[in-house]
Design a protein. Structure first.
Lengths: 416, 347
């Protein structure tokens, strides 16, 4: 506050500084103060969220392996037409590269990278490296083709030439079930390899179903919470929050125990004569949906509850006293006011379920695995981080696109 | 599994902190596949090693994912000193620089070991086999082969198989009548891969996939499965615990697990000491007596109780119709086939 008062006072002596300038100075000081206050959070978000996100997006097109391992070959292939075998200089350059990097991890990474696009390339390249240096006195081209006839094939050189750039569309294309054929054109992947489009659709579809059930089951619970006297409402609230605070893993393990073939639910149903033999409730879609809805339910109940708490009960009473039938007054007066809660809760559940991994992995069969499962697969098992990044990028883009659609048509501004 | 391993990591980390604080002597972290394998390792290797050398040892477990090791090596923050690795992953990791190239002078005489157990970056520690296991309470006449594993009329009920292309592809071809010697030749062709998936299509509705080696004995004993592919040692351990599970050796696929040292560990010398200790015949003998996996040290075989020999994957009778896992094949085609397998399984 001092600064403003100081600014209002005329300066002790010397030239008169206009009030406008003094005000601006004071404002600037205050703005800097605000900035200093939010700086820790901004820097934190930048370091922890934005930067990893950018590096993730970058990794999905990153392609450093070949250019790092085979610099001479890359240079020699510059300007190559791609329609006939490259000439002697390219073969000699490759032989020199292989000799220089024989047995190093750089060479193995390049071999692994190209092997993704051309199966067999790994052993071709590493095998050739083992034979280096080539015997003197013979052209490198003949010597290489003698080592393995695949060096005389156009496809081998095309795949090398394709990967000399330091960025590649390969991962993103593969993550959308596209492939690159021998001529370098983008085509649909062969049917027996297509998986990711179906997985993306499945991820969206499962999220829609989970969101639907969460809203359907969560709405009455939230209504009850908002309308009961505090004593009952508090107790109900604890029942909602207690599972919310329990670890997801614990809840998933509990569902396995409850739902398995010899578990309490199946045993009880058999004893009661409802079914003859145990029904498969876990390691298929039933288990996944039950557990996901259960885990995500609080995320709809809580926003709905906070919105319903703010709706004055007198509105309903007014509608009823003016002769509106009970259901119509609920539907026309009460329900529209809960839409922001439905929107917020639904969006929250939808986005959370898009990224679900642990629950389908533990409770589902391969038919229930969602996109994140394959991100984990590529990260942990095949160490193909390019694919993992590409799948994450696509998931991120899909989520953002849906969010934009939501904000446009169902956003707070529209509902109000 | 995840929960358990997380917990053990936590315990390991806490333990590491305390031990480092208390003594100047560095301790080593040894990572294996956990469960009954680890139990046997503790008895045969870990405890005697600490007793003999005074070097404290922190045991840990994982499911064979190489990503953690890559992350450690890439960031030059290697906290695992010795790791148990399957053969194909070892070769791949060795080429990609995840593991130290071993100096066998510090381990022992190469001639003492099964030739395939000695590789550039690793030394085989035991031979295991993927076999058919069944619940003898539910099935009276055992399935004779993988072909009968497919016979859902004769043996109704769910079958367990390891989730992944490795072994599953081989098993499908064996079930389709391919001779063990020809399996990899057939699988290397496009038609062979189609043939394997076609065979798997027949059984798909009856397959329940497992991931951790501890699952098949549990699922079999609980009655969720009538038969399953399984690691022979896990079944043998379950038998010792009184479960009525049996093994069919016909068509087993065997492979070695290896000790390897992640590249750049600061405790390399102690890691070598451990590997040398764990490769000695007398210690391998204790291990194979605990769990029915075959020793890689040839000198350990005469030391073993003749009674347990028939239960080992390396006994001549069990090797007769067995298939040796082709490491080279999986190094080359692993990623491609795993991807195709995923596409197939998700449909």
């Amino acid at each position: 506050m001092n600064t403003v008062e100081d600014a209002m006072k005329p300066p002790a002596g010397g030239r008169e500084v206009p009030l406008k300038v003094r005000l601006r100075r004071a404002e600037r000081a205050r703005t800097l103060g605000y900035l200093a206050l939010i700086a820790p959070l901004a820097i934190f978000v930048l370091l922890i969220f934005v930067w990893p996100l950018i590096s993730l997006l970058q990794r999905s097109v990153d392609n450093p392996e070949v250019s790092a391992a085979l610099p001479r070959t890359v240079a020699a292939l510059h300007g190559w037409s791609g329609h006939e075998l490259p000439g002697e200089p390219a073969f000699a350059a490759l032989a020199a590269d292989l000799e220089a990097l024989k047995g190093t991890s750089e060479l193995a990474s390049a071999a692994k990278r190209v092997n993704m696009e051309l199966i067999g390339f790994r052993s071709l390249l590493l095998g050739a490296a083992r034979e280096m240096p080539l015997a003197a006195g013979k052209p490198a081209k003949d010597a290489m083709i003698e080592l393995d006839e695949r060096w005389g094939e156009l496809a081998t050189w095309q795949v090398l030439a394709r990967n000399r750039a330091s960025v590649t569309p390969y991962y993103l294309l593969t993550a959308l079930d596209f492939a690159i054929d021998d001529t370098g054109a983008v085509i649909n992947a062969p049917a027996e390899r297509t998986i990711y489009r179906a997985i993306l659709v499945r991820t969206l579809w499962m999220s829609v179903i989970v969101t639907f059930w969460c809203l359907l089951l969560g709405f009455p619970v939230a209504y009850l919470l908002a309308t009961q006297p505090p004593k009952v409402a508090n107790l109900l609230m604890i029942l909602v929050l207690l599972p919310f605070w329990t670890s997801v893993l614990v809840r998933v393990a509990a569902w396995i125990v409850l739902l398995q073939n010899e578990g309490p639910l199946n045993t009880a149903m058999v004893r009661l004569g409802l079914i003859d033999a145990p029904v498969q409730l876990v390691f298929n879609w039933i288990g996944v949906y039950i557990a996901m809805v259960h885990i995500l339910l609080p995320f709809t109940v809580l926003p709905l509850y906070s919105v319903m708490k703010g709706i004055s009960p007198t509105l309903m009473r007014a509608a009823l006293s003016l002769g509106c039938p009970p259901f119509a007054s609920f539907w026309k007066v009460y329900f529209p006011q809960t839409l922001p809660g439905i929107g917020a809760g639904g969006l929250l559940v939808f986005i959370l379920s898009m990224g679900y991994y642990i629950t389908p992995a533990l409770l589902g069969s391969p038919k229930e695995q969602m996109a994140s499962y394959f991100v984990a697969f590529y990260t942990n098992e095949t160490i193909n981080w390019g694919m993992a990044a590409a799948l994450s990028t696509i998931l991120l883009v899909a989520t953002l696109a849906l969010y934009v659609i939501y904000a446009r048509y169902f956003g707070p501004a529209k509902v109000r | 599994m995840t929960m358990k391993s997380r917990f053990s990591c936590l315990v390991g980390a806490l333990g590491a902190g305390m031990v480092v604080a208390a003594t100047a002597h560095a301790d080593i972290t040894v990572i294996s596949f956990g469960g009954t394998v680890q139990k046997a390792q503790v008895k045969a290797y870990y405890e005697p090693f600490t007793k003999a050398t005074g070097i404290k040892l922190i045991p840990g477990e994982y499911n064979g994912e190489q990503a953690k090791i890559k992350a450690m090596v890439d960031t030059k923050n290697v906290t695992w000193d010795v790791v148990e690795v399957e053969s194909a992953e070892l070769v791949r990791g060795c080429e990609e620089g995840l593991y130290e190239k071993l100096d066998f002078a510090k381990i022992g005489d190469k001639k003492d070991f099964i030739p395939s157990a000695v590789t550039e970056c690793g030394i085989g520690t035991f031979i295991w086999s993927t076999v058919i296991a069944y619940n003898a309470d539910k099935i009276k006449t055992p399935p004779a082969s993988w072909a009968e594993f497919w016979d859902v009329k004769k043996f109704p009920g769910k079958r367990g198989m390891r989730k992944g292309a490795k072994f599953t592809m081989e098993i499908a071809l064996l079930a389709d009548g391919v001779k063990p010697d020809d399996v990899y030749k057939v699988l290397a062709t496009k038609e062979g891969v189609e043939r394997a998936f076609k065979k798997l299509d027949q059984l798909k509705p009856n397959i329940q996939w497992w991931e951790a080696g501890a699952q098949p004995p549990q699922l079999l004993a609980a009655g969720d499965l009538v038969m399953s592919s399984a690691y022979n040692g896990r079944i043998e351990t379950a038998q010792k615990e009184g479960k009525n599970l049996k093994i069919v050796w016909n068509g087993g696929i065997y492979d070695a697990d290896n000790w390897a040292i992640p590249k750049g560990t600061p405790k390399r010398e102690d890691a070598y000491k451990f590997i040398k200790f764990a490769s000695e015949a007398a210690n391998q003998k204790v291990y194979s007596s605990e769990i029915a996996y075959g020793p890689t040290n040839l000198k350990a075989i005469p030391l073993l109780d003749p009674k347990i020999l028939p239960e080992l994957p390396t006994s001549p009778a069990n090797l007769k119709n067995a298939l040796a896992c082709n490491t080279k094949f999986w190094v080359e085609r692993g990623e491609d086939l795993e991807q195709r397998f995923n596409a197939w399984a998700a449909k």
